[in-house]
Design a protein around this ligand. Structure first.
Ligand code: NAD
Length: 497
């Protein structure tokens, strides 16, 4: 078997055929050259594909195809076992095309190939398998009612679902929406990010190969304007969004001003990672704290971007953290040894650099803050850590979405919880302690959708609901609870006499 080293992936990248056309009603749609845009790789700046910017015409066609397929019952009307069989075939095709999809994701988003091979692509297949396996085991209820009645509560697909997703985990975030929505019998229009649209187009083609009827899954490419068309569309029943808090707010407004479609939002975060002096393993905590902010270039909604360390161990902990950060020096994303890849695009890199400049004015730079590997034509940043004394400063409050960590000190647990909760976000939090009571009490007091104790970012299992408190969003991806987003409850009362 050929050894899959950097040369192997470079050769594979050169041979790759990229597809930038949308997929509507089972067909690849022609690209309007005037409105098309060029999709470049953050790995080295090369042009990957010309991608269509879908206008009202294409969005209407996709929504109509979804509506037609939904109303015809070609998918929604199937026995859940039949939907399960197609979804399992789809997941198997994704697994069978692991190398191709991982390479595509790496080239399009700059993520290290070792992560796309081990997390993004298998994670998407697993998510589809999980909801496929679940869907023929969940049903409605027969509920207590008057003796002359039979009372049923049915769970029905909501209809046409729009899924609008970001660029940091393009395939995985799409799978988190598509799997429960399709399993429940909906028809879907997916809009991937304009910064990383290619894997969405490819997996949608694989879904059709697996037997998904045309029109049940459509992909419309384009910028925020295309997403806006979906958010305002009167024939979209539900929109599931992952992205920034500001766009989430605009989608809510669009729903209010159009047909009151259901809106589900997975938004930003500024997650606190609290290390108490009685932390059971400081070395492991330092390694996890580095991974919490530098994994995926810090382009993580759950990034542990605020590290709160008890003052009595702060110096010792920072020394261990700086050593761990060295493992994240950026490298070629196609090299299987690389753990930190490229920043998604110039706009995002500029944004992160502006925060770094701001950080230099308001805090003490401990390491990083520089552009790297510029001769490659790609977009790279060194892992960056600031020692922050004022928790109200910009870099400690705003989501940066890059490899930039703020370290803050505290004296008491009460102070740590107050700092941790002192944010508009509430996506995730972590606490490191040896004390069982402290662990439980802190978990209760932290206002976040996920709390990790003595770990960070654990839990690849689909069993855990994922989502935010406060301005980190509403509703939950993953777990059986995700099905609640894509179904309506219907009470049926049958009078017997
Ligand atoms: P973004 O909000 O800019 O874009 C997300 C998607 O929305 C893209 O497909 C984009 O084209 C589209 N969009 C942009 N403007 C729109 C509009 N007006 N109407 C409809 N759609 C529009 O976010 P991003 O930069 O792609 O991703 C980064 C953000 O996503 C961060 O804030 C991050 O925290 C968040 N995120 C959250 C989660 C989570 O699960 N909570 C996961 C990943 C990323």
């Amino acid at each position: 078997m050929e050894h899959k080293n950097l040369d192997y992936w470079k050769r594979a990248a050169l041979a790759f055929q990229f597809e930038g056309r949308s997929l509507i009603d089972g067909e690849l749609a022609p690209i309007d050259e005037v409105r098309a845009f060029v999709d470049r790789s953050p790995v080295d700046g090369r042009t990957l594909a010309v991608v269509g910017e879908c206008s009202e015409l294409e969005v209407n066609a996709a929504v109509s195809a979804a509506r037609r397929s939904f109303s015809a019952g070609v998918w929604s009307g199937l026995n859940p076992r039949a939907r399960k069989a197609v979804l399992l075939r789809w997941a198997a095709l994704i697994r069978a095309n692991l190398d191709e999809l991982a390479l595509l994701e790496t080239l399009d988003s700059g993520k290290p190939i070792r992560d796309t091979l081990s997390v993004d692509v298998p994670g998407a297949a697993y998510c589809i398998e999980w909801f496929a396996e679940a869907i023929d085991k969940v049903g409605g209820e027969i509920v207590p009612a008057d003796n002359h009645l039979v009372g049923m509560v049915l769970r029905e697909a909501v209809g046409v679902v729009a899924a609008v997703v970001p660029w940091n985990f393009p395939l995985l975030m799409a799978a988190w929406k598509l799997a429960p929505a399709l399993a429940a019998g909906n028809s879907v229009v997916l809009k991937p990010s304009e910064k990383s649209p290619l894997t969405a187009i490819r997996v949608a083609a694989l879904a059709i190969e697996a037997g998904l009827p045309p029109g049940v899954l459509n992909v419309v490419t384009g910028s925020g304007d295309t997403g806006h068309l979906l958010a305002t569309h009167d024939d979209v029943d539900c929109i599931a969004f992952t992205g920034s808090t500001n766009v989430g707010r605009s989608i809510l407004r669009c729903a209010a001003e159009s047909n009151l479609k259901r809106v589900w939002l997975e938004l930003g975060g500024k997650s606190p990672n609290i290390v108490l002096a009685d932390c059971p393993d400081l070395a492991r905590a330092a390694k996890a704290a580095a991974a919490a902010i530098f994994y995926n270039m810090g382009e993580m909604c759950t990034a542990g971007s605020r590290l709160l360390v008890q003052n009595s161990i702060k110096d010792e902990f920072i020394a261990a953290l700086l050593a761990e950060a060295r493992a994240y020096e950026p490298g070629d994303p196609l090299d299987p040894a690389t753990s930190m890849g490229a920043i998604i695009d110039e706009t995002q890199l500029d944004r992160v650099e502006r925060y770094i400049e701001q950080g230099k004015r308001e805090a003490r730079l401990l390491t990083g803050g520089t552009r790297e590997r510029e001769s490659t034509g790609g977009l790279y940043l060194s892992p960056t850590i600031f020692d922050v004394s004022d928790p109200s400063c910009t870099i400690a409050r705003e989501e940066i979405f890059g490899p930039v960590l703020s370290v803050l000190g505290f004296d008491t647990l009460d102070e740590a919880i107050e700092l941790a909760n002192g944010t508009e976000y509430g996506l995730a939090a972590a606490v490191w302690t040896s004390d069982l009571t402290t662990a439980h009490e802190a978990s209760r007091r932290l206002r976040a959708g996920t709390v990790w104790v003595n770990c960070y970012d654990e839990g690849g299992d689909m069993n855990f609901p994922f989502g935010g408190y406060k301005q980190s969003g509403n509703g939950r991806d993953k777990s059986l609870h995700a099905l609640e987003k894509y179904t309506e409850l219907k009470s049926v009362l049958v009078r017997l006499r």
